[in-house]
Design a binder for this molecule. Sequence first.
Ligand code: ADP
Ligand code: MG
Length: 265
Amino acid sequence: MEDKDYQQILLDILENRDCKNIQRFRLEDNSCVWIRKASQRNLTVSSILGGIISALGLPMLTPNNRSGEDSLSDEVSRLTELADDGFIVPKAIAVRYQNPAGIMTADLGNGGYLRSLDDVLKSIVAEEKDPLPIWSQGVRALFELHQKNQYLGNAYCSNMAQMPDHRWAYFGFQDDPMNRMDLTSCQVRDCIFFIQSTAHYFNKNELKEAQEFWAETHQQYTPETAEALEKTIRRIKLIKIFTPIASLMGCRNINSSLRFMNGLL
Ligand SMILES: Nc1ncnc2c1ncn2[C@@H]1O[C@H](COP(=O)(O)OP(=O)(O)O)[C@@H](O)[C@H]1O
Ligand SMILES: [Mg+2]
């Protein structure tokens, strides 16, 4: 594997194959790699949206405001930094900044597909089983990552996956929010994104237990982070206008996250 020209393979695939946003490719020797095509973001829309969200007192929820090339280099830095801190993230093996731009990472799924926490929660709910055990493991994994002064940036449950050995792997680093906010805000952002992406998996009866588990973990954060998180949740609950803005940002299931947050403070 080491003597392959990954840079050339990346270019060949980006130029000649129909590559979706992110996709797994099997190479000639049967090994797998993942390739993400760099996407161009509408920076005007991001900055208008960011301005509105900041004005509402929620600067930690502002969207990515960097160009495709900058986002790629942010992604490489985040992957390196998290791996150096001992977290499981895809290893970048080739990057191309000029058009066609993209990144290639080593496969964490060992040739199979790793199921994200989102996928696992979906099937648990479909089978009418209890989402709390796996969800609370996800909450603890995020908390432990925060304890090590780290952050994900896009802590949706679709960006977290439990490996067969039960350790967690993390994905989705195209946006590094540290470019526009401090560590506490990045961690608060993670918590809100995690709640936002998972709250709808709980039915009314299960919700209370989930809220209690969250509240217990919340109390274990440093007073500064716990307070910033409380302030953000209070603000989100206050701002009715948050709902249309959140849908503009592509957030789904806003009502269930608000219901979750309502039970917290
Ligand atoms: N290197 C990798 N190894 C294994 N699975 C991967 C890898 N890269 C991406 N994936 C899978 O693809 C999903 C989407 O990747 P992500 O980087 O989050 O892209 P997107 O921005 O489209 O969500 C991940 O949640 C994970 O399941
Ligand atoms: Mg993702």
